[in-house]
Write a protein of this length. Structure first.
Length: 82
């Protein structure tokens, strides 16, 4: 049975994009409707500049992409090693 490796960069990009979409969505909803502000407050302790404003949502989107990308690369690399 042949083993198939993950595309490490592909997994990093996929998780980075998914995390970025999530962070922007939560930030925008908190900014526009006031929903999920506690989630934004918790994430702002990890992502410097993340806030329930349009600019804050963009900053959080960048942080979340970087965080998700690094996490995806690490997960893919570990999967390929084991």
């Amino acid at each position: 049975m042949a083993s198939r490796d993950f595309n490490v960069l592909g997994l990093g990009l996929a998780l980075g994009i998914a995390c970025a979409i999530y962070a922007f969505f939560i930030g925008a909803v908190a900014w526009l409707f006031g929903w999920g502000t506690s989630v934004v407050e918790v994430l702002s302790s990890l992502y410097i500049g993340y806030d329930a404003t349009f600019l804050g949502a963009l900053i959080g989107t960048i942080w979340a992409f970087v965080d998700g990308f690094i996490g995806g690369v690490i997960i893919g690399w570990l999967y390929n090693r084991f």
